[in-house]
Design a protein around this ligand. Structure first.
Ligand code: HEM
Length: 477
């Protein structure tokens, strides 16, 4: 709505996705954007126009679009004009999602070691112990909002592993509120800018920025405690005068919490649903869980990584429930794609998840089939066929971290808790706001398996019971 008018493509025979007069494709894009964009691709081809209210986009989709993105993104596309406002709003114009070109390359290089899977894999026993403390304090009969449970435990892990500070619970609602509001106003532009003046939002913003300052200060005060985490890497780059300036430290520190909370929590919530709702999948995963924990209470990564049924669940969940299904970009330099000219100045969506739903790649694509990825089938292996973490220059930096984190967390949770979906006849509802999430998914605790003599660890200040208020349902906190 605040976009400058964009030039029409010179090759105007680009087909237009189905829509209604005046509002364009607003209805289906709100109801079920992924299915709508897959259908539009099947009807219109690999490149088409999309109108939502008075905003116009060019959409690229399909395996070739993903392959193009992998090879050519840097030459033609920019993130700054799309994501820059998010950074400015949070007091640090420089962060990965909004950086382009050489600056982006340098920023990624500085942060790559601390986002790597090795970081979590080396500390798996500590992560398992954290889960024992947190989940062991739940009570039989308690009803849990699955998305919120994962938000808490995954954010605490990110805090512990990347900030050396797992005390996140007291600002978690603030983080979620700020992330969703700033994203919806500044990036997706579906909410009015006046929301950034909302007092509750401003208070939350102050609290999370204060938390980031505190974490950075702890690292400065105790250089001897350096564990090679993200904050160490950021501060070392500031000290060297390498790309990062002092004013960017807070936003870069918050980066993995913004990038990781909604994505990994929602994916884990969908995965837990897929295990609990499918008896044959559940039986195979539980056999692996028993095997992993039969050797002792604190397995290491070697034990988890061989869980092929759980890995299949994760892959199928990432394929069928892609929480970040498109890349939103500014076309900086025009190019040709699939016989069409895409002019500079356009707002482009590359819908990276469309191939996940194509029968020519995944036979019977809507069927949840955890054996698609074994050595005999490898349906995801064709370049561009599987892109839940995006593709190209901005491919998720936390992808391997997230996969290891979700496997360890789900396996340990299934070992410690006996759960059932509540109510048992719950039908999965998927909502995009703008990240995709399972709506109203709750479980009831049937049993908690604590270690003999395990100490009670107090539950932190973050509610995991389902919430009913309208503001909560709107994701406003
Ligand atoms: C299931 C979990 C996750 C999914 C599906 C996911 C998905 C994505 C996608 C699709 C992108 C690319 C966005 C674009 O091209 O515009 C991305 C970027 C990113 N993700 Fe993730 N993500 C997940 C978990 C995480 C976690 C746990 C972290 C941090 C610990 C993380 C950190 C990042 C960062 C820093 C970027 C920006 C990379 C860049 O711009 O160069 N993500 N993620």
């Amino acid at each position: 709505m605040r976009d400058a008018p964009v030039p029409e493509s010179r090759a105007s025979p680009l087909p237009l996705a189905p829509g209604a007069l005046g509002v364009g494709s607003l209805g289906p894009m709100l109801r079920d954007p992924v299915s709508f964009l897959v259908r539009s691709y099947q009807e219109c081809g690999p490149v088409f126009r999309l109108q939502v209210l008075n905003r116009r986009f060019v959409v690229m989709a399909g395996v070739e679009a993903n392959q193009w993105m992998t090879r050519h993104e840097r030459e033609h596309l920019q993130n700054g004009p799309i994501f820059g406002g998010f950074g400015t709003e949070l007091g640090g114009a420089l962060f990965l999602a909004s950086a382009d070109g050489d600056e982006h390359r340098r920023l990624r290089t500085i942060q790559t070691p601390s986002y790597s899977a090795a970081h979590i894999e080396a500390r798996v026993p500590e992560v398992v112990q954290g889960l024992r403390d947190r989940l062991g304090a739940l009570q039989v009969g308690q009803r849990l909002d699955v998305q919120r449970l994962f938000q808490l435990i995954l954010a605490e892990q990110v805090g512990l592993l990347l900030h050396n500070d797992g005390q996140i619970a007291h600002i978690l609602d603030d983080l979620i509120r700020v992330f969703r509001t700033a994203l919806s106003v500044e990036v997706v532009r579906q909410w009015p800018p006046a929301l950034l003046l909302w007092p509750a939002y401003r208070r939350s913003k102050q609290r999370i920025l204060a938390h980031a300052s505190k974490v950075a200060q702890q690292h400065r005060d105790h250089p001897d405690a350096a564990r090679g985490d993200l904050v160490d890497d950021i501060l070392a780059a500031v000290a060297r005068g390498d790309t990062i300036r002092e004013e960017n430290v807070r936003l870069l520190t918050l980066g993995p919490l913004f990038g990781g909370i909604d994505t990994a929590s929602n994916t884990s919530a969908f995965a837990l649903y897929n295990i609990l709702a499918r008896p044959e999948v559940r039986a195979r995963v539980m056999a692996e869980v028993r095997q992993v924990f039969s050797a002792g209470p604190s397995p290491d990564w070697e034990a988890f990584k061989g869980m092929s049924a759980l890995r299949g669940v994760m892959m199928e969940t990432l394929r069928l429930f892609p929480v970040a299904y498109l890349a939103s970009r500014h076309v900086a330099h025009g190019f040709d794609f699939a016989g069409h000219r895409i002019e500079a100045g356009q707002h482009l969506f590359v819908v990276t998840a469309v191939p996940h739903f194509l029968p020519e790649l995944y036979p019977d694509p809507l069927r949840f089939d955890i054996d698609r990825y074994g050595p005999d089938r490898r349906e995801h292996a064709r370049p561009g066929a599987f892109a839940p973490f995006g593709t190209g220059a901005h491919t998720c930096l936390g992808a391997r971290f997230a996969q290891s984190q979700m496997m360890v967390t789900l396996a340990t949770l299934l070992h410690l808790l006996e759960l059932e979906i509540d109510p048992p006849d719950y039908q999965l509802r998927v909502r995009s706001n703008p990240v995709t999430m399972p709506e109203g998914l709750a479980v009831r605790v049937r049993a908690v398996h604590r270690m003999p003599g395990q100490a009670e660890v107090p539950w932190p200040p973050f509610r995991v019971e389902p919430q009913r208020s309208l503001s909560a349902r709107l994701g406003l906190g």
